[in-house]
Every structure is written in C-alpha cells, then in structure tokens.
Design a protein around this ligand. Structure first.
Ligand SMILES: *Cc1c(COP(=O)(O)O)cnc(C)c1O
Length: 393
C-alpha cells in the first residue's frame, strides 16, 4: 500500500491494474515537476497574465454592516473563464504537455471545469474531449457551446442520472482505454492519489494570496467555502490548516433539505465508501450503491467528496454544514443587491452560511468567503426561478 496516498483512513488508489502504472508515472512526473523552476515560472506567469491573478480580496462593506462582522470576499469569480477551476486545469495541462501527451480529457458538471480544460488545451495546442452528463448539457447549454468554440469535443453521457458522477465514471473509462496517449485532467480534489494532492497544490494559490492579503486586517477568524468535490475549499483552507485561530467552514449542497432524499450533502449525511478510485465519504444505500443526488447547482451535484475533506471532517478541523437551494438563491440575491456582485450558485452556498454563522459569533470577527465563481452561467436558472415564482427546478 502506498502510505502517502492516504489522509488518515481516506484516499488511496482503488483502480484497475491497467491504471496503476499510469498513476505511478503521473506521481513520479509530478514530484519532479513541481520543484522544477522552469515549470513553476511558466505556471506563475500564466496565472498572472493569462488568468489575471492575483485575484482581489474585497472588503464587502455593505454586507459587513448588514451582518455586523468584517466580511471579505476572495474574488475567484474574476479569474479568466469565471471560476477557480482554471488554476488547476492550467497546472495539469502544463504537466500533460511536459509528459508529451497530445490529448487531454476531462469530466464536467456545471461545465466550468470543461471550459477551463478546453481553454488550457487551446492555449497549449492539445486535443480535448470533455465528458458531460446529458442533463447537465441541457442545464448548461452556454458552457457546452463555449467548449465547442474552444475546439473541444463534448461527449454526452447518457447513463444513470446523467450528471457529474456518471460523467466522471465515463472519463475514467475513456482514460483506461487510451492510458498511454491521454492525460486525464480531474476537476476537483477527488479521484485516486496523486490527484487530490496535485489539485490541492494547484489551487493552494487561493489560500496563499488570501493569507497575505489579510495581513493588514489582523487575524483571519473564519473562512467559508462551498464544497462540491472540494477544490476551491481545499485551495483557500490550505494556507490556514495549521493555524488553529482560523475556523474553517465547508458548505455542502442541502438541495431540497437534508431531511429529504434530494440533496448532495455528502459529509453531513454520508458514510465511508469507495467512489472514483478513492476511499471517502459518499452518499450510499446499505448495499454500497451510490444514491441519486440533487442540487440546484450542477457544480455541487456530486455524491462524494475529496478524501482530505473526509479526514478534516473526522478530525473536526473543518466544520461542514449544508444549506438548501432556497437559502442559496436568497444569498445570491443578497450579495447581488448589497454589493453588486452576482456569484455562481455554488458560491452562493458559502454566502448563505453567513446568515447562520454571524448571529452566533460572540465578538466582531474577520470572515473570508471564497467566491469560487461568477453567476453568468446560472442566469437562466435564476431567471426561471424568479420568473416562475418557484425555487425548485
Ligand atoms: C466546480 C465549481 C465548484 C465546486 O467544485 P469544488 O471542487 O468543490 O470547488 C464551486 N464553485 C464553482 C463556481 C464551480 O465552478
């Protein structure tokens, strides 16, 4: 057993024999590459001039006044392509190029990771196939078109619930079939080792910047981030994990309520199991079959979570909670109308937690909310909710 691949009891490499060699190659190449100055310089320079980093840390004065605490927004929504996903997609695509691969593949839910991977592939001159559930293709037409414009092929996945879980399974299968020639760009801190570590490393720029940007304000008391697979959360948490004076909150999709069967609150309601090559908390029935999940936001609609989050949940270093679809939409409207910032519905889950957290904090605190992405891709969803007078899709 590869000990490094575990976070406490979670993680590992639960994959077919044929993929083991590819994972070992990837790990070796990755370990060499992250310490390589040329790679780091190229990555840094792209993050700066192509992605537009560093992203601002914005002191949201109106929201601060509303809640009675100092609220700061980490503006990942201002990244090129509209979310934090590009940090990781570029890192992995650069690594793929270095390994001599001509083609990358990716899975996508909301389409944000697909767009990020297609963007990186266009930039670096590689072929790109994106696996996407048929239901998500329907919900996210505009992102599908963006991927196609960027030169990627979007492959519709018709199995099961036709969302992110099935798309990931299809991408893994495609990888097994062409493992010599293809690099699989995973979109979150999930999958078999070394993916959870690699994606965390590429996203840790969010936490590193936040830590520096918060210096002039004093202690960072609380950080809130939404958790689908967990990459934007892991990215911003990474720089603060060793600092016990910073309370960390991971917010999952409570869908129509965690007392219903329509949610994606993996840590709040799940149990340890195996999914997509990793041991982690999953939503499953008593036979270990993965449950159907629901969230209003395609990016949080996943029945698993990165293994390090499972570890941080068990050790209680991070507090995980769920907010419902309705609460997320309410928060989206609040942020939009108080600050003039329309967040992605995923990010609105993190904003929604302010309403629960702020009233129970005894003194005035410095709270950072990670705005993982912008709301453009969700406008049709929000439109149909508000115009239809109904919150649920
Ligand atoms: C994909 C996505 C998420 C969820 O993914 P994580 O890996 O949990 O970060 C959150 N917010 C936005 C805007 C996304 O596109």
């Amino acid at each position: 057993m590869n000990k490094k691949s575990y976070y406490g009891n979670f993680g590992g490499q639960f994959v077919p024999e044929t993929i083991m060699n590819a994972l070992i190659d990837l790990e070796n190449e990755y370990e060499k590459t992250i310490d390589d100055k040329k790679f780091r310089d190229e990555f840094q320079s792209l993050l700066k001039d192509f992605v537009g980093r560093e992203t601002p840390l914005y002191h949201a004065k109106n929201l601060s006044e509303f809640y009675g605490h100092n609220i700061f927004l980490k503006r990942e929504d201002l990244n090129h392509t509209g979310a934090h996903k590009i940090n990781n997609a570029l890192g992995q695509a650069l690594l793929a190029k270095r390994m001599g691969k001509k083609k990358v593949i990716a899975e996508t839910g909301a389409g944000q990771h697909g767009v990020a991977a297609a963007t990186a592939a266009a930039l670096l001159g590689m072929e790109c196939d994106v696996y996407m559930g048929a239901v998500d293709i329907e919900r996210q037409r505009l992102n599908v078109f963006r991927m196609e414009l960027l030169g990627a092929r979007v492959i519709s996945v018709e199995e099961g619930l036709k969302t992110l879980k099935e798309a990931t399974t299809a991408a893994i299968q495609a990888w097994v079939n062409e493992v010599e020639d293809v690099f699989y760009i995973i979109g979150s801190v999930v999958g078999p080792y070394p993916y959870p570590k690699m994606v965390k490393d590429f996203q840790s720029v969010i936490g590193d910047e936040t830590k520096k940007q918060m210096e002039k304000y004093g202690n960072t008391d609380c950080i809130i981030a939404c958790v689908g697979g967990g990459s934007n959360a892991m990215g911003i948490f990474s720089a603060f994990l060793d600092n016990e004076d910073t309370a960390l909150y991971g917010i999952e999709a409570g869908g129509k309520g965690i007392d219903t069967e329509e949610h994606a609150a993996t840590l709040s309601m799940g149990s340890p199991g195996i999914l997509h090559g990793m041991k982690t908390y999953v939503l499953q029935d008593k036979y270990g079959r993965i449950n159907p999940v629901h969230s209003i936001s395609a990016g949080l609609d996943y029945p698993g979570v990165g293994p390090e989050h499972s570890y941080l949940f068990d050790t209680k270093r991070v507090t995980y909670a769920a907010v419902t679809d309705d609460e997320a939409i309410e928060a989206l409207l609040l942020l939009t109308q108080k600050e003039g910032i329309i967040p992605a519905i995923e990010s609105a889950h993190a904003v929604a937690y302010l309403k629960k957290l702020c009233p129970v904090l005894k003194e005035k605190k410095n709270i950072v909310v990670n705005i993982s992405g912008r709301g453009d891709k969700d406008m049709h969803t929000v439109f149909s909710i508000l115009k239809g007078g109904e919150i649920h899709e």
